[in-house]
Design a protein around this ligand. Structure first.
Ligand code: ADP
Length: 311
């Protein structure tokens, strides 16, 4: 049975819904407030665990109240938290989000997410992982630690997946350590230095990333679907047509479900299809982690949507 190791951020999102943003020196009332677990690492770990894949979270929390709450939340979703580092005196990562009708403003305090020890993370992989396992990371944790960990993963023969989000230029030496890179249009533009805005440009932009040494690329472009490119095969997967209510978390659902489908041995087309279903299901509901579908939920969605959507 394959296992997934996720090295990534664990955050608490503090979300204020406001009619307008406050001016300098002004105090305003919030229309609503919600506190929700987030962080790309934690979201993708929960997305994979909800597909029944054995998922081990590698990341850091502090010792504050929110850290305890975040750990309990991961455990409630069957994510293995035994290897999360708890850093004395630090707080959990926090995202303060001001949500206006058409806009948002976000402040992130990395908190414990900025503190990782490459040596102890590598030791966890050496003692717990095998060559059949997968390592997944995103860019909300320090890039040098990702590189160290990917190096170790490749020595062990593991499969490495990097979600290159949020958009950032990467060190050239990281690319050859990546088996699959998953990214959205903005992230693709940052890395390939061209806009993936037409089918031909998508092929060219993902081709540029492959030239850097990545073995395969999955590009997601919201309601318009996703594409896979590995140098020989190029696959386009249309999105399912749904009435979007909140697009938060679509990418994380897509990535967690794609990874778990590949871990189960599904072919890339079938894995992309399940991931697209999960992305579509997530935009139907509000919230990031709460909207993530279960494995039977994805099965049921695909059954309902097979005739009308399959191309
Ligand atoms: P991110 O959140 O990282 O920007 P995307 O918005 O590209 O990621 O979404 C990831 C995937 O989720 C898409 O490729 C698509 O399959 C699905 N998805 C996202 N938005 C929608 C939507 N409005 N309708 C249907 N599917 C969607």
């Amino acid at each position: 049975m394959k296992k997934l190791f996720v090295f990534g951020s664990i955050n608490m999102d503090l979300i204020f819904t406001v009619k307008r943003l406050p001016k300098k020196g002004e105090t305003i009332k919030s229309e609503a407030f919600t506190m929700a677990p987030g962080g790309k690492g934690a979201n993708q770990a929960v997305a994979a665990a909800k597909q029944n894949l054995k998922t081990i979270m590698l990341g850091s929390l502090g010792t504050d109240l929110l850290s305890r709450q975040l750990k309990a939340g991961l455990e409630a979703n069957q994510v293995d938290t035994a290897h999360i580092r708890e850093i004395e005196g630090k707080t959990a990562g926090i995202a303060g989000i001001l949500l206006e009708e058409t806009d948002n403003r976000i402040i992130i305090d990395a908190g414990a997410n900025a503190f990782h020890d490459s040596e102890s993370l590598k030791a966890i992989l050496r003692s717990e992982a095998s060559k059949d396992d997968i390592l997944l990371a995103q860019l909300e944790v320090p890039i040098n630690t990702i590189k160290e960990l990917f190096k170790q993963a490749k020595i062990l023969g593991m499969t490495t997946i990097l979600n290159a989000a949020p958009a950032e230029k990467l060190p050239e030496s990281l690319y050859p350590l990546i088996d699959m890179m998953i990214l959205n249009e903005t992230e693709c533009e940052t890395i390939s230095e061209m806009s993936p805005d037409t089918p031909e440009n998508i092929k060219q932009a993902t081709g540029r990333i492959l030239e850097k040494g990545v073995k395969s690329v999955v590009l997601t472009y919201g309601a318009n679907g996703s594409a896979y490119h590995d140098g020989t095969r190029h696959i386009s997967m249309p999105a399912f047509k749904v009435e979007a209510s909140d697009t938060t978390g679509a990418g994380d659902a897509f990535i967690g479900v794609l990874t778990s489908a590949l871990a189960r041995g599904l072919k890339i087309e079938a894995a992309l299809r399940r991931a697209s279903a999960a992305g579509a299901m997530t935009v139907l509901e509000k919230g990031a982690q709460t909207a993530l579908p279960t494995r039977s939920g994805v099965d049921a969605f695909l059954k309902r949507n097979t005739d009308s959507e399959e191309q």
